[in-house]
Design a protein around this ligand. Structure first.
Ligand code: PHE
Ligand code: ZN
Length: 864
């Protein structure tokens, strides 16, 4: 089976407003798989029921399938009884209900797209969201067709001793010729995108969870035998998630079995298939020697995310793919809340906002901007975006902020109760919040409709004992949406007294819902300093005229940890933007603010580590009219150098104070490791002679990956001869561990050194580099695009490298290739020379014959 898609001359655009209910329902489906890596036979038996009074034929989606046979009600059709249209199977049917049977052959081993049934590291597995099921069998492959699934599999017993599918196992047995069979049944009707099966030589970490009503659920995390010792952390996270969803949302698990399988080749992070989650192994496998603290956190977050989908996604699913944020925004909000409850809520919020600003704000400001509920698409895979996921989560968070915990819970209870077993819409969710939480969300709905990050201008004036906060909002134009209406922006606001360093009154929740608004504060007896958008209560850009002194003041005295962090970031950004613009170079306020934070014994180390980090080069670029990557890099490195030098004693003290004898996985130990790596980075930035020795000693002596990779990063940024030595040692030690080798590639791709572009191009020819594994591609090419200065090398060879990668990868895996396009689409933000070079590469991509719909959509829209 060849997997070359060709871009249609005029690619079909699917529009939200064209939604029509399905012509036919499929209440039941039985699937029978005869599994083989090169020749799998799939027999499907569908009970189909006409929906309403119409005479339209049955249309079953198919992608690259040819029927071996088609039967209706037990009778074999000859080739006049059916036809293929754009790959879909069309059958004219006379009555209201029929039984339709088809047989197809597929070759999992040839499936490089990793959509449908494919092979990964010797095992067979499926990925069906969004439209992969049609690559397995003919079916109405849309989320509003819900069916009860019975699945029978047979396979060679030696190669595939374990056979798993959704729901509960109902039977298994031996067959002649060394084959065996197993049957699974899922009692919950589900859309086809939640179908899954896995066959392979796997072992399980088994455990159990007793639900709130006292039912025992068998849990299994399935991996290759050698990986079994790395599954405990994921199992712990799973049990915590199950308990958390009961306590926080009243949601109990509903099957007797819950299985997770880890696979090495996977387009995304993980997939919430009913009762059988399939994971990218990087979000399951962890031990101290191979996984960083960040990996541990990501594992717990993704395990929780996929588990929470059982209610927000599976029990209540999406009517159509335009409603994707219904399940993804809500589920991201749920996993963020879970993580916040497990550790430091403040640090978690800082991390989530950093991700939002790094990934979603640029998307919202560029040619691919789209509403949280998009209006059209060519290829739905391109809409698994930071906007749908992360901005979508911010929308849910705003509703939670406006409603408060108790009313929000009433709203979510009502949502689950009303729509259990249904395919619902974003509108259904908002209405449940309105009815359950007793609030009017009419204007709030604009958040689902209007793309673009709102900007708020806030000015505080003080007169006598009255302070007035003048607020203005403006939503910038985005493709297809030139004019915007005012949004509802819930802003948590508090004033602090400059002299007393104490709050002036309580925090207020200001709902900014007009273009302009004035908020009055009485009894303001001293000069107030404004703390606004505390906790990042609304996902906007706030512009204020607060001075460096005010920001430094807030970074020391605000009682909201996020606002404290934010004040420090703003101070740093202002300083860097001024120095890029050639303004007066005064690093003093930043240095003093960092010193205060670093030496404040009351602060937790994880928070300190976040607060003292300089904003990324791209975040600084986001604050400039025209991004000058080299000037930003120089300015930032200069500030890093000064911070390192002026606070050298403090960094060394922090470094010494965070030394541990033995690895421990606790919030305190994690915070210490984080601060330790940050301190090491600053010691190196100071130019201290012993910095690389220090890093190399840490590298060699580390008993965990966090310290080892932290040291390697510092060395990889530097010029010392120990750099090559460390990279070599790391490679030799981990060359057989794909997930760790990914780190080796990434560390070099994000290096701040001058020669990084050349290193990346050389690494793309390394024997261990492959386009066949999405993790490896992301580790090198994906990470490289985040390295602003290197990617934007003035002569454009970073762009050419990326375009080469996209074009080559598109032939194997269009979905993953398309995800690499957006960095080239930012051309408007750069000077003429760079913009022209970026456009030329986009044009070269668009002009490539046989381009996939995925890449065509992203590249052509990026040129517009
Ligand atoms: N639905 C998955 C999640 O967010 C993501 C995903 C999408 C995985 C498409 C695979 C394919 O949990
Ligand atoms: Zn999800």
């Amino acid at each position: 089976m060849l997997d070359v898609q060709t871009a249609p001359a005029a690619p079909t655009v699917v529009r939200r407003l064209d939604y029509r209910p399905p012509d036919w329902f499929v209440p039941e489906i039985s699937l029978d798989f005869s599994l083989d890596s090169l020749k799998t036979t799939v027999r499907a038996k569908l009970e189909v029921r006409r929906n309403g009074n119409h005479d339209r034929p049955l249309r079953l989606d198919g992608d690259g399938l040819t029927p071996e046979s088609v039967m209706v009600d037990g009778t074999l059709l000859d080739s006049s009884g059916w036809r293929l249209e754009d790959g879909d199977l069309i059958i004219e049917l006379p009555g209201a209900s029929h039984v339709v049977e088809t047989e197809v052959r597929i070759a999992p081993e040839m499936n490089t797209q990793l959509m449908g049934l494919y092979a990964s590291g010797g095992l067979l597995c499926t990925q069906c969201e969004a439209e992969g099921f049609r690559r397995i069998t003919f079916f109405p492959d849309r989320p509003d067709v819900l069916s009860r699934y019975s699945v029978r599999m047979e396979a060679d017993k030696t190669r595939y001793p374990v056979l798993l599918a959704n729901g509960d196992p109902v039977g298994a047995g031996e067959l002649p010729d060394g084959r065996q069979w197993a049957e699974w049944h899922d009692p919950f009707p589900k859309p086809s995108y939640l179908f899954a099966l896995v066959a392979g030589d796997l072992v399980a970490n088994r455990d159990s969870f007793t639900t709130m009503s006292g039912r025992k659920v068998d849990l299994g995390i399935w991996v290759r035998k050698a990986d079994l010792p790395k599954t405990d952390h994921a199992m712990t996270a799973l049990k915590l998630s199950m308990a958390w969803d009961e306590n926080s949302y009243g949601r109990e698990y509903d099957l007797d079995v819950f299985n997770i399988v880890a696979v090495a080749d996977f387009n995304f992070g993980a997939m919430e298939n009913k009762g059988l989650n399939i994971f990218n192994s990087r979000y399951i496998l962890a031990d101290p020697d191979t996984a960083t603290d960040a990996d541990y956190d990501a594992i717990a977050g993704v395990v929780a995310h996929e588990y929470f989908h059982n209610w927000s996604g599976n029990r209540v699913t999406c009517r159509d793919w335009f409603q994707l944020s219904l399940k993804e925004g809500f589920t991201v909000f749920r996993d963020q809340s879970f993580t916040a409850d497990q550790g430091s809520a403040a640090v978690k919020r800082i991390e989530d906002v950093r991700v939002l600003r790094a990934a979603q704000f640029p998307e919202d400001a560029g040619p691919l901007a789209h509403p949280v509920r998009p209006d059209s698409y060519m290829e739905i895979s391109n809409f698994y975006t930071a906007t749908v996921y992360n901005k979508g989560a911010e929308l849910i968070r705003m509703m939670a902020v406006m409603l408060g915990g108790e009313r929000f819970r009433k709203g979510s209870d009502l949502y689950f109760e009303r729509h259990d077993g249904e395919a619902a819409t974003c509108e259904d969710f908002v209405r449940a919040m309105e009815d359950g939480g007793e609030i009017d969300l009419a204007q709030f709905r604009r958040w689902y409709e209007q793309a673009g990050t709102p900007r708020v201008r806030a000015t505080l004036s003080h007169n006598g004992t009255t302070a007035k906060l003048h607020l203005e909002q403006n939503v910038p134009p985005t493709p297809g949406q030139p004019d915007k209406l005012p949004m509802v922006l819930p802003l948590r606001v508090r004033l602090f007294g400059e002299n007393s360093a104490a709050p002036l009154g309580d925090e207020r929740l200001v709902l900014l819902d007009a273009a302009e608004q004035v908020v009055t504060f009485e009894n303001v007896v001293e000069r107030p300093v404004l703390s606004i958008n505390r906790g990042f209560s609304t996902p906007v850009v706030v512009e204020t005229d607060r001075s460096a002194a005010d920001l430094a003041f807030l970074s020391a005295h605000d009682d909201d940890p996020f606002a404290r962090y934010e004040a420090m970031q703003q101070l740093m950004v202002d300083t860097l933007v001024a120095s890029v613009a050639g303004g007066k170079l005064d690093h003093g306020p930043v240095i003093e603010a960092v010193r205060n934070t670093l030496t404040d014994p009351a602060l937790d180390k994880a928070f300190v580590a976040e607060a003292v980090l300089l904003p990324s080069e791209s975040f600084v670029g986001d604050h400039m009219l025209v991004v000058d990557p080299d000037a930003i890099h120089r300015a930032r490195e200069a500030l890093r150098h000064d911070l390192g030098l002026m606070l050298e004693r403090e960094w060394r003290a922090a470094y010494a104070a965070t030394q541990a004898n033995r690895f421990e996985y606790s919030p305190e130990a994690k915070g210490a490791r984080r601060l330790r790596t940050v301190a090491l980075g600053y010691i190196a930035a100071s130019g201290a002679d012993d910095a690389s020795e220090l890093a190399f000693t840490q590298f060699e002596g580390a008993d965990n990956m966090t310290d080892r990779q932290g040291a390697l990063t510092t060395l990889a940024n530097g010029e010392s001869t120990l750099r090559a030595k460390a990279l070599e040692a790391f490679y030799e030690r981990y060359r057989d561990n794909a997930l760790v080798l990914d780190k080796w590639f990434t560390t070099q791709a994000i290096s701040t050194r001058d020669d990084t572009v050349d290193q990346v191009i050389a690494l793309s020819k390394h024997a261990d580099f492959t386009l066949a594994n999405p993790n490896r591609v992301r580790a090198l090419a994906g990470a490289f695009t985040v390295n602003q200065r290197a990617f934007h090398a003035a002569d454009g060879r970073g762009y050419a490298y990326l375009a080469d990668t996209i074009i080559a990868l598109d032939k194997l895996n269009p979905q993953t290739a398309a995800k690499l396009v957006p960095p080239l689409g930012r051309w408007r933000r750069f000077g003429e020379d760079r913009a022209a070079r970026m456009r030329a590469q986009l044009q070269r991509i668009v002009d490539t014959p046989g381009l996939s719909r995925d890449v065509f959509e992203q590249a052509s829209k990026s040129l517009a």
